[in-house]
Design a binder for this molecule. Sequence first.
Ligand code: C2E
Ligand code: MG
Ligand code: MG
Ligand code: MG
Length: 290
Amino acid sequence: VAKTDGKRTWRLYRDELHQEMIRRLEMRSALVEAVPGDQMRLRYQPIVDLPTGEMIGLEALVRWQHPLRGLLGPNEFIELSEENGSVVAIGGWVLREALETFAGWRAAPGGGSLKYISVNVSARQFRAPGFVDQVREVLAETGARPEWLLLEITESLVLHDADQVWADLRELRAMGIRIAIDDFGTGYSSLSYLSQMPVDVLKIDKSFIDDILHSAQQMALVETIVSLARTLELNVVAEGIELDGHRAALAAMGCPYGQGYLFSKPVTADEIGARLGISTTGTTVTPSSK
Ligand code: C2E
Ligand code: MG
Ligand code: MG
Ligand code: MG
């Protein structure tokens, strides 16, 4: 009996593996069609000034409107798109769409309080030949100013391939673009390395924020990162703020900026426009009761 059960379990497991392989193969080939097929979407999550709660910037977060599977989040496809290189086209689309939309908000009355748009760049996209030129072109074509753009990269990108990557980072910063290290603290940057990195902003990963109210040690760790950033004259954004207690603790330790569900989930461009008092046609609407 045990033997047949084992066989059946194995068969189930094998079938699941098989289905998973097929799913990944299908997703990979479908990803290549995603940009030409107009299936990519953006959501925008506000970044706020912690002491006042005022929205000062936005992070563009990609979604894939899959023809059969519905709206997929980046965790379901970015890794696959890195593997087959489609991330280069997807990332290029994200950059253009985000800057075009942001330039529209900035041009509208009511959009002047927005200081920047944050765009995630994958390692493979950053290292693809011509990335810096592409950024320059997209800025020129959308009329967006370089100071409006914050590029979010990962710690590991700055740690590896140092020479070319660092040269490109310096070139981008010389243009006036700012660079953030996303998910800071989850990589392995050494202190001495961090002080030399050509970056402007640290984004403290959500995993550090989650426990600050329950663990004095986590709280001290986040305080250390915040004061480290101050020493290095870097800006800091705390990610994943879900509770008012998180906000209060971070504000008390002098963390200037934050984002998280407490303030807003990622929302559509129309929703951001509405919050700014800008209608989709770009004309100002008079705020009614709210
Ligand atoms: P990330 O850049 O660290 O973005 C923050 C993620 O945390 C987003 O997930 C956001 O929706 C989520 N988040 C924000 N606040 C909270 C909160 O209070 N609680 C919780 N539970 N989650 C929160 P999302 O949109 O699923 O994106 C996941 C990751 O996918 C991003 O992490 C980023 O690494 C990557 N990604 C997103 N858009 C792009 C893109 O255009 N290009 C590339 N290469 N990667 C992207
Ligand atoms: Mg990010
Ligand atoms: Mg992050
Ligand atoms: Mg994160």
